[in-house]
Design a protein around this ligand. Sequence first.
Ligand code: UDP
Length: 241
Amino acid sequence: MSDPKYRRVILKISGEGLCSSGSSGIDGAELNRIANELKIVADLGVEVGVVVGGGNIVRGSTIAKDSPIEETTGHYMGMLATVINALAVQDTLESLGVATRVQSALEVANVAERFIRRRAMRHLEKGRVVIFAGGTGNPFVTTDTGAALRAAEVRADLLLKATKVDGVYTADPSVDPSATRLDRLTYNQVIDKRLEVMDVSAIDLCQRSGIPIIVLNLRKAGNMRAAVMGEHIGTRISADD
Ligand code: UDP
């Protein structure tokens, strides 16, 4: 059997990946599905970090609209939502026998370590799945940027971005039936064509750090394993050839 192509990967899961389609909150079946995929990859000996979103609970800009909540407060609420999700992912992974640590960019000492880069790298080397909560710790950005930041900081060699569809499409396939999937893109193409894959700051950071991104559907069993084995899955975003 061949070896995995990637040694250390960061997976970005949005909050909506943790709830059943069209709803909010956290769904046990979805958690189990994701944790099983992560376990398969961790069992290959690949070092895995997970950055969780919080949009299934709170999005800062949304909650601040038409409410007395200041937008900045809304963003902190969103970051706290990612801590809730991280704890859910942690317990699910541990129920499958996977060793984990949660590191948070926000101080929540009772439930998570604070993010310390060198400690995170040590956990990864020891085979623990590190779940990064709290995004970047700063308001007005998203966990996509947090994922790119952590990937660069821990020197990951791949960033996986889980989405509801099989990769990046020419248009939204749920709206436009003629939309086609793009197999490969360069960082510059994503930025220039304003493709809504991840925040521009996240793409830019991956470009500067030379970290390829694979956009894939985590709802299809085996996709994450296939990606780390180097099989062509979803859409790969990397430097110009
Ligand atoms: N957030 C933030 N700073 C960060 C990461 C997240 O302020 O570094 C807030 C922001 O309000 C965001 C919310 O947390 O809307 C939830 O994160 P995100 O929208 O990235 O979650 P996802 O869409 O991935 O579920």
